[in-house]
Ligand binder design. Structure first.
Ligand code: URA
Length: 268
């Protein structure tokens, strides 16, 4: 194309068409383009795509909003949240309300097979138990071992605990309010061990768990339904040490217990 006028006319026609198609435009100088790119980079959002977010720096553990909405758990919720006996024991360690009015005692939480199908529950730790942090380790404990051996149970087969987790002064009976403060922990302990059978040794632990004020004579020789399990009561081993005439009926109780245990194990 030799004619410059014709070139200018064609060029302006082309530009007109472009404007119709794309609207007004202006030509940017090279420096202006670079400057604009820098500004655009500065305003680029930090996370452009969800997938990028996975590779970006880790989220802070809790945002201000989460902190504001965190709710204090009630004591019952804290107990229910314990998924293991160790967690429950740690919670008992922290709870000053489990203490009796005897100062400086140790926690006596429980001992034995964490998956036992037989759980034995006494009333409260004595001096030896307090010193060693384990239930039934004194004379009464030795008697309990003998009774269990007589029906072919070893300590490793069973789980042993008490209503109270701390020793009361002068080995007195647990006060009603002490038992009530301990009960939620004990009930969770039972749930976690999940035994098929519970043997309460002594009238006190049986009446507290069954919430029935009655005599041992009325309670023994039967299986009481207890939270989807069976509970039996017999003489306290310390009582057997003092009253030899009760050994015979105690023997009958534990034989009945062994028989029921075997039946339940067969049922699966
Ligand atoms: N008596 C109980 O009831 N519990 C013990 O742990 C020891 C003695």
């Amino acid at each position: 194309m030799n004619n410059p006028e014709e070139f200018v006319e064609r060029a302006s026609r082309f530009l007109k068409q472009q404007r119709e198609l794309y609207g007004d435009f202006s030509v940017r100088l090279e420096e202006e383009v670079k400057e604009a790119e820098k500004t655009e980079e500065a305003h680029e959002p930090e996370v452009a795509f969800e997938s990028d977010a996975e590779h970006s720096s880790p989220k802070p553990e809790s945002t201000e909003l989460e902190v504001e909405t965190k709710v204090e758990l009630t004591p019952a919720q804290r107990i229910a949240k314990c998924a293991t006996l160790d967690e429950l024991r740690a919670l008992c360690e922290q709870d000053e309300k489990l203490r009796t009015d005897l100062e400086g005692t140790n926690l006596v939480f429980g001992v034995g097979n964490a998956n036992a199908n037989l759980m034995i529950i006494g009333e409260a730790p004595g001096q030896n138990e307090d010193q060693q942090g384990e239930p039934f380790v004194g004379q009464a404990g030795q008697m309990l071992d003998k009774i269990m051996e007589a029906i072919n149970f070893k300590r490793e087969d069973i789980y042993i605990t008490n209503i109270l987790k701390h020793r009361p002064p002068d080995n007195r009976d647990p006060k009603a309010e002490e038992s009530q403060r301990s009960l939620p922990y004990l009930l969770r302990q039972i749930e976690l061990v999940d035994p098929k059978l519970i043997l309460c040794v002594g009238r006190i632990s049986a009446t507290i768990l069954l919430n029935k004020d009655t005599t041992l004579k009325n309670l023994r020789q039967k299986f009481h339904p207890f939270h989807g399990r069976e509970l039996m009561a017999t003489y306290h081993p310390a009582a057997l040490l003092r009253n030899k005439q009760w050994k015979r009926p105690a023997w009958e109780d534990v034989q009945m217990l062994r028989k029921r245990y075997d039946e339940l194990m067969k049922e699966g």
